[in-house]
Write a protein that binds this ligand. Structure first.
Ligand code: ZN
Length: 241
């Protein structure tokens, strides 16, 4: 039997995942990373899926599900929205999520979040949302959100597992380790509510401008590195009494 590349990867770089039950005993905040049209809605832009994408759709569905529960419970929610000025490109990516366009808006299934009082929406022009939360005066919108809500654990969902999510998780773990994020203790990456984009190897071979980015492999690699930095990875998230 021939193992698929992702099976080989799972064998050689195992990522232990757990089922997490969130209860009100530990103050938990939800961080949504870039669940915007420009990355999630078919045909919405240069970095949007070209055709329906199962992993991205499941990520959106699960992100909406947990966001609804957080809002019903009035738990804090923080949503990054990738947003760029048209004159400031973000290398190495083509123009995407330009401010004021639909690309930089939450996907239709999450638009209701804009009106939720417990939700903080943060446009960012940076791959790493932690750095993208820094204001000119040196304050940090994400750090302030953690501290003002006294958040002990964050649940991270969104896109892309190996890019914006990973960079945000790495910076957040380092900031926590340096004592900059008290009382934050834990970071949980919810794997089924994370996704990345797909450029299969055979597609990249046909186009010199493309770099291969096989979706299942890179999603797994993102989770593996996040776990290596100290995040928990959850395969299931449910809510206790
Ligand atoms: Zn961007």
């Amino acid at each position: 039997m021939v193992s698929s590349p992702v099976d080989l990867l799972r064998e050689h770089l195992p990522v232990e995942q757990e089922s997490v039950v969130l209860s009100g005993d530990v103050k938990t905040g939800l961080v949504l990373v870039d669940v915007v049209n420009g990355f999630c809605t078919v045909g919405a832009g240069n970095l949007a899926p070209r055709q329906p994408d199962k992993q991205i759709q499941e990520m959106v569905d699960e992100s909406v599900r947990v966001a609804r529960v957080f809002c019903e419970k009035n738990w804090p929610v923080f949503a990054f929205l990738d947003s760029h000025h048209p004159d400031v490109p973000e290398h190495p990516y083509p123009p995407h999520c330009i401010i004021g366009t639909d690309e930089a808006k939450l996907v239709p299934a999450l638009e209701w979040l804009e009106n939720e009082p417990n939700a903080t929406l943060k446009p960012k022009d940076c791959i790493d949302g932690f750095l993208g939360s820094m204001e000119k005066d040196g304050s940090n919108v994400f750090v302030d959100w953690v501290k003002s809500n006294q958040i002990q654990v964050i649940l991270v969902v969104g896109i892309c597992t190996d890019i914006c999510i990973l960079d945000f998780v790495c910076s957040t773990m380092s900031a926590r380790n340096r004592g900059l994020l008290a009382p934050l203790e834990g970071v949980i990456v919810y794997s089924r509510a994370c996704a990345t984009f797909d450029i299969p190897v055979d597609v990249a071979k046909e186009d010199k401008d493309l770099t291969a980015h096989p979706q299942d492999l890179m999603h797994h690699v993102g989770l593996y590195i996040a776990k290596g930095r100290g995040a928990k990875v959850a395969s299931e998230v449910s809510f206790g009494a």
